[in-house]
Design a protein around this ligand. Structure first.
Ligand SMILES: Cc1cc2nc3c(=O)[nH]c(=O)nc-3n(C[C@H](O)[C@H](O)[C@H](O)COP(=O)(O)OP(=O)(O)OC[C@H]3O[C@@H](n4cnc5c(N)ncnc54)[C@H](O)[C@@H]3O)c2cc1C
Length: 453
């Protein structure tokens, strides 16, 4: 029997609350994009919310929870899409958003507390001549700890790959659920076990990431006669090494009317490309657009847009923000996550687009994996039930397209590889032997007692 009252007493002056409305609110993320997850996760809630302000307070919460055998689920900005921060078995919701300090910037490496919002870190770095290499389209609300533990792809991926690419995560400090809880400092490959493991292997307290030199970014929107032309331009721009860019995505004509702020500027029936290039790249971009039959229809200063709460930086039409922009007007859709082959990428996107023309709306993002360019997509899917969704996934897979299923909440099922790497499982056995960290999310883990039985 869990003794939540004893746990509260052990927390002392660490801010905490057990108000039921607050707990319901804080125990949610954006899992509702998936009708399947909505059914499975609605109503799940923590029993106590705690908001540590320091590593010492994180350790105090973990020690108190461990003593009572109570699970702990970490929460950053709660912008995850698969119920990653939804506690499946109640317990403590550990809110990291009071730990927001940038700690140091040395030799182009930023160290910051894990609860810092990515936008704030980027602004702080910019004042010092640097910028973030990578961010999710939720940059304005997500935390750096949540991006490492729950996301890892997005803006900047066209140049730097994902957070899993060697060199994009220099290190972390992580609090364990050992007896007693301890702080580990992990560098390079040693940090892999906390990279996209949903807080199941430890609580990240600090993150160290390499930065890029700050650049003056421009958001650009270009209209093309059809999706094929838009895709070919996007791919060519991604390959144009002389043009520095942070993002490049192509959209079927169906999307532009959903993009408030852009809809009026894109002629009806035109496919769209949204890109982020440096000011210096604008000349080449215009020349390339002409060559591909495209016209520049929108342009703005990215940095000014992201600082203005009433404006929309163009990355907030891309990645999984595309789904959100559609959902704002049409709640009858959901989405998928696809990765196209390195060879024949554009043709593969076109083939997938042609497969389910009435149910799948395609947009594709240029991204690098292991130094090779390809496209990933989060197509918007008309929801016609779980069975039909499975048919669509099977149809894509038959074309050689990789699927990372966003309608499941375990790390294994959501991974394109359907497993967690051995070092992550082994690490969890060491740092969380009782399985109290976000239980139920790492499917293949069994607590130490079960092993002994
Ligand atoms: C509209 C929309 C667009 C999105 N676009 C992108 C995108 O472009 N790229 C992308 O990668 N993702 C994207 N996402 C998903 C999500 O926004 C990102 O992954 C984001 O980085 C998560 O950060 P967060 O602070 O909100 O984390 P949360 O949602 O709070 O947490 C995510 C996971 O990390 C764990 N966690 C959080 N903080 C810590 C910590 N300090 N230590 C250990 N574990 C922790 C949580 O337990 C949870 O399992 C999108 C989501 C939405 C709704």
């Amino acid at each position: 029997m869990r003794d939540i009252a004893a746990l509260k007493a052990a927390l002392g002056d660490v801010p905490h609350d057990d108000d039921r409305a607050l707990l319901r609110l804080k125990s949610r993320d954006f899992y509702w994009y998936s009708p399947i997850l909505k059914q499975r996760l609605d109503g799940k809630a923590a029993e106590l919310w705690a908001q540590p302000r320091s590593e010492e307070e994180v350790l105090r919460v973990l020690a108190a929870a461990r003593a009572q055998g109570v699970p702990v689920t970490v929460r950053g900005g709660a912008t995850g899409n698969y119920g990653q921060c939804v506690p499946l078995e109640g317990g403590v919701l550990l809110d990291m958003t009071a730990m927001t300090a940038p700690i140091a910037l040395e030799d182009g490496v930023l160290e910051a507390e894990a609860g810092a919002r990515l936008i704030d870190l980027d602004l702080w770095a910019r004042e010092r001549g640097f910028e973030l290499r990578l961010w999710p389209s939720t940059k304005r609300s997500a935390t750096i700890g949540g991006f490492v533990a729950g996301g890892g792809a997005g803006v900047g991926g066209i140049a730097h790959g994902t957070m899993r690419e060697r060199g994009n995560l220099n290190g972390v400090r992580v609090a364990t659920m050992q007896d007693p809880p301890a702080i580990l400092d992990l560098s390079g490959d040693a940090a892999n076990p906390v990279n996209r493991t949903y807080g199941t292997t430890g609580v990240i307290t600090r993150v160290r990431i390499p930065l890029a030199p700050a650049q003056p970014w421009r958001d650009v929107g270009l209209a093309f006669p059809d999706f094929g032309a838009a895709l070919r331009f996007a791919h060519a721009l991604a390959l144009a090494d002389g043009v520095a860019k942070k993002m490049c995505a192509a959209f079927q004509p169906v999307f532009a009317p959903f993009f408030r702020g852009l809809a009026e500027r894109v002629p009806q029936g035109r496919a769209l490309v949204l890109a982020m290039v440096t000011s210096a790249g604008m000349i080449a971009l215009r020349d390339m657009a002409r060559e591909h039959g495209g016209a520049l229809v929108a342009e703005q200063d990215t940095l000014a847009a992201e600082r203005d709460p009433d404006a929309t930086p163009f990355y907030e039409y891309c990645w999984n923000h595309t789904t959100l922009q559609v959902l704002k007007k049409d709640r009858g859709v959901t989405y998928l996550q696809c990765r196209f082959p390195f060879e024949g990428t554009v043709e593969a996107v076109e083939a997938a687009t042609a497969l389910f023309p009435d149910e799948v709306w395609m947009h594709a993002e240029c991204v690098r994996f292991g130094g090779r360019l390809t496209m990933t997509a989060l197509p918007v899917i008309r929801w016609r039930g779980a069975e039909r969704l499975a048919e669509i996934m099977a149809g894509f897979e038959a074309l050689g397209i990789g699927i990372a299923n966003p309608h499941v909440f375990t790390i294994e099922e959501g991974s394109g590889y359907r497993r967690v790497p051995g070092d992550q499982l082994g690490f969890k056995r060491r740092t969380d032997p009782l399985g109290l960290l976000n239980p139920g999310k790492m499917r293949d883990f069994t607590p130490a007692e079960d092993d002994a039985a």
